[in-house]
Design a protein around this ligand. Structure first.
Ligand code: TMP
Length: 207
């Protein structure tokens, strides 16, 4: 079985570039939510479009969960079963932070609607990149998508919920400050992930 690693963080945390770099290092399948499947690409376009008419928080959470169910079934599970590692740019923890925390649906309720599609599988490790709001803003160069445009209070609630999730599951989460230069963040991630991957593969060989 491969290992399932998710990169998480707010907008402008640099997680997509770090996910790419990490996937290359460990020869993992690189994927993302929303959007890692055919259905997901359509859902991503819909969900991030600034032209989407206002939708309810519950519908938003369910559409994210539908993307995730497809992604689990078609990408994550088959890759892990084939012995590949998976590096995912976002996971169910994004839904917990954005829909559960910032939209106010509650972390437990959002986890519950996701379990049907996840079939109990969570990322083995979550790398949470934390960037100060100012640093994050300075990195966002293109026009904001629908969620990026949600406002400062929304994004502060996302960051707060991520921090709570990380402290509730210290073994699953690796929290890295993303305020530093890209290469510094990259080496901090690698310093923590490399020994863990090495230990897991020794452990895996013994079973
Ligand atoms: P990004 O991955 O390019 O940052 O864009 C995805 C956006 O969708 C981002 O604003 C976070 C948001 N999102 C949710 O609100 N819930 C989710 O479950 C996921 C995967 C993403």
């Amino acid at each position: 079985m491969g290992l399932y690693i998710a990169l998480e963080g707010g907008e402008g945390s640099g997680k997509s570039s770090q996910a790419k770099r990490l996937a290359r290092r460990i020869d993992a399948v690189l994927t993302r939510e929303p959007g890692g499947t055919g259905l997901g690409a359509e859902l991503r376009q819909l969900l991030l479009s600034p032209d989407l008419p206002e939708i309810s928080a519950r519908a938003e959470a369910l559409l994210m969960a539908a993307d995730r169910a497809e992604h689990m079934e078609l990408v994550v599970e088959p890759a892990l079963a084939a012995g590949r590692h998976v590096v995912a740019d976002r996971s169910v923890y994004s839904s917990l932070a954005y829909q559960g925390g910032a939209r106010g649906l509650g972390v437990d309720a959002v986890m519950a609607i996701n379990q049907f599609g996840l079939k109990g599988r969570l990322p083995d490790k979550v790398v949470l990149l934390e960037a100060d709001a100012e640093v994050a803003r300075s990195r966002m160069t293109s026009l904001p998508d629908r969620l990026e445009a949600a406002g400062q209070r929304f994004h502060a609630a996302v960051a707060r919920t991520y921090a709570e999730l990380a402290s509730a599951e210290p073994d699953r989460f690796l929290v890295v400050s993303a305020n530093d230069a890209f290469a510094v963040v990259e080496s901090k991630i690698w310093a923590a992930i490399e020994p863990w991957i090495a230990a897991e593969s020794i452990d895996g060989n013994n079973h």
